[in-house]
Design a protein around this ligand. Structure first.
Ligand SMILES: NC(=O)c1ccc[n+]([C@@H]2O[C@H](COP(=O)([O-])OP(=O)(O)OC[C@H]3O[C@@H](n4cnc5c(N)ncnc54)[C@H](OP(=O)(O)O)[C@@H]3O)[C@@H](O)[C@H]2O)c1
Length: 285
């Protein structure tokens, strides 16, 4: 299949590019400066030229707190931009994947979230991602909308690296204990997305690692696996006073038969730490 990846220089996009190549697809990736998803004419011309069979849209405004100050900016990329990508794909008969987020939920459900649950974003970012879901589904009937959560990977700044850096420099960290979700390794998600592309299971999919934890529990596991002795103190969301509200509980599970299941988050973490170690060793040699 001829696959085009947008947002291909981002944390997930880089891994999606490689995973699609590994699967034997003919792949082209475009970063923000190469192809801007808010420019429908540029998308149309590029797609007409390349004639991909499938487009994976990893381009997004991902600054959750920054979105509160610039709702139009976030909506333009995550909502309107996603619709542009889906429409340009539909125009050449290509299928499209839109990557969405657990932040489309309000986090008040007592249980994990399934695809048919009522959405109710509590942040501007979450609203813009939900708008992108609707715009994608409306513009392209051969679309997959894939919600994932708490991503970490080697191609971008992430929570794991922040914890390790703080642990090394301060020996003590304060971490939120009242937000529960699922840390997902981008490499595992990238493989899941590429597998999904081969199917005709269009529509909404939840695809996060298996299991769940709070940010505090995630930090404890990072230090355990990295063999670091760091005092980990638990905090409340309120103590941090972040600009954007976050869902308290946003664990994603799938109600779809034969859903693609990703490995447990602890396995994602160990694979990530091993991959980082390899990259660092290669850099030294
Ligand atoms: N990170 C998470 O925890 C998380 C959780 C759930 C879902 N997601 C979703 O997963 C997807 C990938 O996220 P990520 O973590 O890989 O984010 P990321 O590293 O910030 O990558 C997003 C990429 O999109 C690019 N981009 C921004 N505006 C664009 C535009 N107008 N046109 C083309 N490209 C544009 C960015 O380029 P510049 O940086 O140069 O602007 C960046 O390279 C997003 O849809 C996100 O909403 C993320």
């Amino acid at each position: 299949m001829k696959v085009l990846v947008l947002g291909a220089r981002g944390m997930l996009g880089c891994d999606v590019l490689r995973a699609a190549e590994d699967a034997g697809h003919e792949v082209r990736g475009f970063g923000h400066t190469e192809l801007d998803i808010t420019d429908p004419d540029a998308l149309r011309s590029r797609f007409e030229l390349d004639r991909p069979d499938a487009v994976i849209n990893c381009a997004a405004w991902t600054d959750v707190d920054g979105a509160e100050d610039d709702p139009e900016g976030a909506q333009l990329v995550n909502g309107t931009g996603a619709g542009n990508v889906a429409a340009a794909s539909a125009a050449i008969g290509a299928r499209v994947i839109y990557v969405s987020s657990d932040y489309v939920f309000d986090g008040t459900k007592d249980d994990d979230y399934i695809e048919s649950d009522q959405t109710g974003p509590i942040s501007v970012y979450g609203q813009s991602k939900l708008a992108g879901e609707v715009a994608t589904a409306t513009a392209n009937r051969r679309s997959f909308i894939v919600r994932s959560s708490w991503l970490f990977g080697v191609n971008g700044p992430n929570f794991v690296d922040t914890m390790i850096r703080l642990g090394q420099t301060q020996g003590q960290v304060l971490v939120v204990h009242d937000q529960v979700g699922t840390p997902t390794y981008t490499w595992h998600l990238a493989y899941g997305l590429v597998r999904l592309l081969d199917s005709d299971a269009f529509g909404l999919h939840h695809m996060a690692a298996s299991g769940s934890c709070s940010w505090y529990e995630f930090a404890k596991e990072i230090f355990r696996q990295a063999d670091m002795d760091v005092v980990t103190l638990s905090a409340t969301t309120e103590m941090f006073g972040a600009k954007a509200p976050r869902p308290a509980h946003s664990v994603l599970v799938s109600e779809i038969q034969h859903a693609i299941v990703l490995p447990p988050w602890q396995d994602g973490l160990s694979s990530y730490l091993a991959q980082k170690k390899n990259t660092e060793t290669e850099g030294e040699n």
